[in-house]
Design a protein around this ligand. Structure first.
Ligand SMILES: Nc1ncnc2c1ncn2[C@@H]1O[C@H](COP(=O)(O)OP(=O)(O)OP(=O)(O)O)[C@@H](O)[C@H]1O
Length: 353
């Protein structure tokens, strides 16, 4: 179990993490996801014991491991947590087996137990046949497996991953996602995984925390965040394709896109953001009372359907449709706008309905 309470981290005037509280049960796979600079690596470094918090606390299995009020933290090697970075940081002068054995030597495991554990994790990561090679004799993907084997060898209760797949090619990333989940299950550890890739977050997480500007905007199961985004940031950050968000304002008794074309059929009291899912927008042959005219930008096939994107002003809208329109970039495209948006957000980002 990991409990994070009101955690903050300041670097001089920069508030990298601003009062984050989260709790995940034993065995959870927590993903911290958000854009560059949102504070996710700082969160992970505090969990790893590499940074002391400026305020708030971290507990692992009911035991306090960091307390910001005292600027106190249990050091990295003594908090039952293993960490894997984006760069593999293997010891170049040690073989694969030597690298994996190293933390067991440091932990003073008996020789026979060390050998058995090294064999066990090499087999779990399917790298048994690389045991006697040196890091510069294996591929990047294999090096990452060795780094993971080295992390799990001493059986930490908490596994921490900082963008571990970002140096791998696209195909290998997808394969390694599945592998990592298998390893997570096999170790029965609680994992925390940092990424800026929302697809990785959505496919791997049991629990996901979407971070923005040092805050958690929403925390929950991936399917709940997609079904019911709590803020306009979450609504546009998650999903493939992400949701459409249209800024609208009252205009002559109706509504229009902020500063632009009329949005048919709506009456408004104040400016808001309307969210439409891509699958809720459809193509219309011609303009009518419920359509919006856009400039056609692109269409790409996706799982037997088409993702069609149009532009109006600086707004890009995407619809998922059954047939590709026969249009060239710059041609006019009409999207049929549903009677009701899927959600409405205040201009400050909070959800209104
Ligand atoms: N040691 C430091 N000293 C000063 N500022 C820092 C330090 N570490 C992080 N920051 C600042 O804290 C904020 C959060 O950084 P952090 O690395 O946690 O973000 P991130 O979400 O992991 O970003 P990225 O995905 O780019 O790594 C940023 O504004 C960053 O510049």
């Amino acid at each position: 179990m990991i409990r994070i309470s009101d955690l903050t981290k300041r670097f001089g005037a920069v508030e990298a993490v601003r009062g984050v509280s989260l709790e995940v049960p034993q065995g959870a796979f927590l993903v911290l996801v958000g854009p560059s600079g949102c504070g996710k690596s700082t969160m992970l470094r505090m969990l790893a014991g590499l940074e002391a918090p400026s305020g708030g606390t971290i507990e692992f299995d009911g035991k306090m491991v960091s307390d910001g009020s005292r600027e106190w933290t249990v050091e990295a090697s003594r908090r039952n947590a293993g960490l894997v970075f984006q760069s593999y940081a293997l010891w170049p002068h040690m073989t694969v087996a030597g690298n994996v054995e190293w933390p067991l030597k440091v932990g003073k495991w008996a020789t026979a137990e060390r050998a058995a554990r090294v064999a066990e994790v090499l087999s779990l990561l399917a790298i048994d046949d690389l045991a006697n090679r040196f890091p510069n004799e294996i591929s990047g993907g294999q090096q990452q497996r060795v780094a993971i084997a080295r992390m799990i060898a001493p059986k930490p209760g908490i596994l921490l991953f900082d963008e571990p797949l970002s140096n791998l090619d696209a195909k290998l990333r997808v394969e390694m996602r599945t592998e990592l989940l298998k390893i997570h299950r096999a170790t029965a550890a609680t994992s925390v995984y940092v990424t800026h890739d929302q697809v990785e977050a959505m496919t791997m997480a049991s629990h996901v925390a979407v971070m923005n500007h040092g805050l958690v905007e929403q925390f929950g199961a991936p399917e709940d965040l997609v079904a019911e985004p709590a803020t306009s940031f979450v609504a546009t950050f998650l999903g493939t394709p992400p949701n459409n968000m249209i800024a609208v304002e009252p205009w002559e008794g109706g509504a229009r896109l902020a500063g632009g074309s009329l949005l048919p059929g709506f009456a408004l009291e104040r400016p808001v953001n309307f969210m439409y899912r891509a699958e809720d927008l459809s193509l219309a042959e011609a303009a009518n009372g419920r359509t919006l005219a856009l400039e056609f930008a692109e269409a790409s096939p996706i799982a037997g359907r088409y993702m069609v994107t149009g532009i109006v002003g600086d707004l890009r809208l995407t619809a998922i449709v059954d047939r590709a329109p026969h249009l060239a970039p710059g041609d006019t495209l009409h999207f049929k706008i549903p009677d009701k948006p899927a959600a409405v957000f205040a201009t400050s980002g909070e959800r209104l309905s």
